[in-house]
Design a protein around this ligand. Structure first.
Ligand code: GZL
Length: 321
């Protein structure tokens, strides 16, 4: 026999009001959040997980947490288990944009609200989630492009760019590419000569950069990496090829994790565009607001900056991730 969580809460409230239960009986019922995380692929993801876990503890929310190891089928399985457990709210960071409508309809049918964090899903039916909180990845790509255009404004000849893309089909990979190309395509001297996914990891970032160097070596002027972890892997490949990162090849990346600041301080990375993983507090507030029937905007955008190597030493001590 399964007890419906909401009916149970209503009964407890009635009994408490009638004085038949201690008035704090309801107060003891913790909100339960089921969170299906992408994986642990990068420094960014680790910081994001830490933010969610510590914020849940701070907010007194019971957190059920799963790590999908960057596999969509594992995230879907986790969401289905949260539905079966009748959690109060489900939240997740969709590893890729497509393929979510069926499981989101199951959550809707079970009357469990869903919050998207970090990455978006592609769906025409935005009733399938309450809100999407996270960065504007297109703007992150534009910031990277604008920094490069400014840096290369006096460069007369061609500027050959290689690109390390994030996970194929993921919102950050699609949108960062879109924003970067929107800016650099305005000047024909910028040419993206190679572009391949490094799946947001250091290992694959190094492997793909090794292949780029083997194919185009001396022709490469710029590396645009969709995240710091791939850039850090690529820096190793560039050094092993006998080249100087951030000097022989200008390197632009995104996230703003500690490893990127250390690379900039060491003079091996030129700039990182901030993408904050610290979504935990905002997520917990949204969970509480939903359960208190407070309206939430469909889209909550995180405010972010850009950090060139010249400011890295000054900024590093105050970085939170
Ligand atoms: C961006 C996030 C991306 C990071 C990567 O919000 O989804 O996934 O840029 C992480 O480091 O793996």
């Amino acid at each position: 026999m399964t007890i419906d969580r909401r009916a149970f809460t209503g009964a407890v409230a009635t009994l408490a009001l009638a004085g038949w239960l201690p008035s704090n009986a309801l107060a003891q019922k913790k909100l339960v959040l089921g969170f299906a995380q992408v994986g642990a692929e990068s420094e960014w993801r680790t910081a994001n997980t830490e933010s969610i876990k510590s914020a849940a503890k701070e907010a007194g929310i019971e957190l059920k947490f799963s790590d999908a190891q960057q596999k969509q089928e594992n995230q879907i399985k986790a969401i289905r288990s949260y539905i079966a457990q009748k959690v109060d709210v489900i939240a997740f960071s969709p590893v890729v944009e497509s393929g979510w409508e069926t499981v989101l309809r199951e959550a809707k049918a079970a009357k469990i609200p869903v919050i998207l964090t970090d990455r978006a899903v592609s769906t025409k039916d935005d009733s399938l989630y309450v809100t999407f909180m996270g960065s504007d990845f297109v703007e992150e790509g534009r910031k990277a492009g604008r920094w490069l255009v400014e840096k290369m404004k006096d460069q007369k000849g061609e500027v050959n760019i290689v690109e390390l893309q994030g996970t194929v089909g993921s919102a950050p990979a699609i949108d960062r590419k879109k924003g970067f190309e929107e800016i650099v395509k305005a000047d024909p001297k910028f040419k993206i000569i190679r572009s391949k996914t490094g799946d947001f990891t250091r290992v694959k970032g190094k492997e793909v950069m090794e292949a780029f160097l083997k194919a185009d070596g001396k022709k490469i002027n710029v590396l645009f990496a969709h995240n710091d972890d791939m850039a850090i892997g690529a820096i190793q490949a560039i050094e092993e090829a006998g080249l100087k990162p951030a000097k022989d090849i200008t390197i632009i990346s995104i996230d703003g994790v500690k490893g990127a600041f250390e690379a900039m301080i060491a003079g091996k990375l030129n700039v990182t565009v901030e993408c904050s993983p610290l979504l935990g507090p905002q997520l917990m507030q949204a969970v509480k607001d939903i359960k208190a029937d407070k309206p939430l905007p469909k889209r909550i955008v995180t405010e972010e900056g850009i950090f060139p190597m010249e400011v890295a030493s000054k900024e590093f001590p105050s970085r939170k991730y």
